[in-house]
Design a protein around this ligand. Sequence first.
Ligand code: SAM
Ligand code: SF4
Length: 458
Amino acid sequence: MRYHIWTIGCQMNKADSDKLAAGLERLGLEEAACPEEADLVVLNTCSVRQHAEERAISKLGVLRKLKSRRNFTIAVMGCMVGPRTDDLRRRFPYVDVFTRPQEFDPILEAIGIDGEDVGGEFWPRTFSIPSGPTAYVPVVHGCDKFCSYCIVPYRRGRQRSRPIAEVKEEVEHFVGQGVREVTLLGQTVEAYGHDLPAGPDLADLLRALHDIDGLYRLRFLTSHPRDMADRILRAVAELPKVCQYFSLPVQSGDDGVLERMRRGYTVAEYRQKLDILRGLMPEAAVSTDVIVGFCGETEAEFRHTYDLLAELRFDKVHVAAYSPRPGTIAWRRLPDDVPREVKRERLRAVEELQARIAGEINSTLLGRTVEVLVEEEKGGRLGASARPLGGRTRSGKLVHFGGTHPEPVEGAHPGDLVDVVVERASPWSLQGRLAGAATPRMAGGQPAPERPAGLAAL
Ligand code: SAM
Ligand code: SF4
């Protein structure tokens, strides 16, 4: 039997799909390159914005045509599936099974396998097969925050943290398979452990994973300003393998909008958190998320967001136009009254501002040497000694290098840590050449990054 999985959405969905694939392979199924060749097609969906849902619906249209010609099993998994599926069943009668995020058992049942025999909710011992030197590991499922615009808590449920031992086993598995960088995932990852009996926190988890031999880098996302405790920041600053990279969504720069969004903090509180973070780790990279055109957002309120982004100068901004999500608090109580064209203009304004800021930040790296974890090796045409390689810095910036310096490029492989001198910078990526020998700069498998300045700030 052959399977094909199509995934849309966040890193959590990607991790879920990888886990499902590993489980199916363990049961003897083989991956098919396209739906046409598969006996089981799984669509792992996203419903954070309407556009994501529309993509899944158009894919379902393709599968419907395919199914009229031959029989196969269609499963729809992920955030499009809520607790009640009557409406989905009515709209898509040709789909065999609808299943919520991480609920794999109904898919197995649909292909005649008893889920009881293969594990519980998260298949804790079904580890995915890494496709490179980086991997995602979900550590907190669900979310308890209920921001007024967001569908996630309704689809992924309440917060559930995985025990430290279970996460450690998964990270050790990945490292054993050649993974060198692990990103811990949670919608509010700094709330990790609040729901566990012994009450560990993210700092405890980072310390428990830090000493795994062969692991070079640890990251985590997404942070929520309310959960960002000093203890966690201190652990990030102290632990050399933990990258000083934060994804800290602000969503709006206006207190009235933040209140309507039910984010639970003010602009001043957000600014204060960021000040502490940057005081402790001046080199830290910070990205943020912003929604423009939220219910009732006036020109002045939008201006507050724009000005805040100009002031705080993030490394990256993920900006989205508000998209009402049926069932959420905003959808029930607040009119979606900002015209589509105004949302589009505000989105464009933020994108233009951020392109300028990111370009300026990246150009400060010109001539500097950055540590890059080699992630890709597009061998072939240029010959073995001049391969175009790429990877990311500790701050998550994409770096392309290779091709111009045949000698030093020789010997750089995915999974190596190398030094790259930055020669060109754009808002979206850097380009450079290897600074020296392309062998990992490791002492006994441990990276030796500079110690962050400002450690005394807390
Ligand atoms: N947990 C994170 C947080 O606290 O911001 C982010 C999770 S959310 C799934 C990812 C991003 O999607 C959010 O940061 C937000 O900017 C965007 N998003 C969520 N709901 C949205 C909506 N209804 N319309 C537009 N963007 C939305
Ligand atoms: Fe959604 Fe808010 Fe939870 Fe993030 S914190 S997943 S935006 S409810």
